[in-house]
Design a protein around this ligand. Structure first.
Ligand SMILES: Cc1cc2nc3c(=O)[nH]c(=O)nc-3n(C[C@H](O)[C@H](O)[C@H](O)COP(=O)(O)O)c2cc1C
Length: 217
């Protein structure tokens, strides 16, 4: 049995578990400057590349929206709101616009449903993207930064798709906001494995872990 990775490296399973537990959503309005330095930036993006990727087709990418482009994203959010609700008030439009201005780092996650091997379906591509996102969030957490994912109806809007030049096969999945935590809330209670693990047995699928193996003599 080769367990050399865990014995050769300093990161213990307990430390990794602590890191994973430390990641929590910090809403973009609670993320302030400073953002990452260039080395940290590169480390975040490099961590995403360790995601599993069936067929190595790299079906996902991140589009950074730097501060000097945020007002253009704000305009797209405003247009997206008016696309679906032409009666939106000025205040609602202004709130939609403001969402583009928060957090020092803002990334849009895009998945391409057509790139590479057509046998790799959209579910697999989205799963790979989710793994890439989690790697990035954990790396940012390890460096002390806060993060959040946000979605919303604007992601499917004509205005947003046009701003980012998305092709018909590309899907804008969510935004990632990252920065220095101004205010942290208590972590939410996590579900336990019994809530989401089931085991196949003769009588069908049952909740919980498989029975422990019989001890060998
Ligand atoms: C794809 C995706 C999109 C999300 N979009 C939003 C969002 O628009 N607004 C929000 O408050 N949280 C959003 N979340 C964050 C979840 O609400 C959050 O992860 C969940 O409440 C668990 O909290 P935790 O991240 O602190 O564990 C999103 C999460 C995912 C995975």
């Amino acid at each position: 049995m080769d367990r050399s990775w865990s014995t050769d490296n300093e990161l213990s399973p307990a430390a990794l578990a602590m890191l994973m537990e430390a990641r929590q959503t910090i809403l973009p309005k609670r993320l302030d400057a400073p953002g990452p330095d260039p080395d940290e930036w590169r480390t975040w993006l490099t961590s995403a590349a360790s995601a599993p990727d069936h067929g190595q087709i790299l079906p996902w990418r991140f589009i950074c929206v730097p501060q000097d482009q945020r007002s253009r994203l704000g305009d797209a959010f405003a247009k997206a709101l008016l696309e679906r609700d032409p009666a939106a008030t000025d205040e609602q439009v202004s709130q939609a616009r403001d969402k583009a201005l928060r957090a020092p780092v803002l990334l849009l996650l895009v998945v391409d449903g057509a790139r590479g091997d057509p046998g790799v379906d959209l579910h697999e591509r989205i799963l790979s993207a989710g793994c890439a996102v989690q790697n990035l969030l954990l790396m940012a957490t390890a460096q002390g930064y806060g993060s959040a994912l946000t979605s919303g109806k604007a992601l499917k809007s004509t205005a947003l798709r046009a701003l980012f030049g998305l092709t018909p096969d590309e899907h804008a999945l969510c935004f990632l906001s990252l920065g220095t935590v101004r205010q942290r809330r208590p972590a939410r209670p996590r579900p336990s494995p019994e809530d989401y693990l089931q085991t196949l047995g003769e009588a069908g699928v049952m909740a919980g872990f498989p029975p422990a193996p019989e001890p060998t003599e």
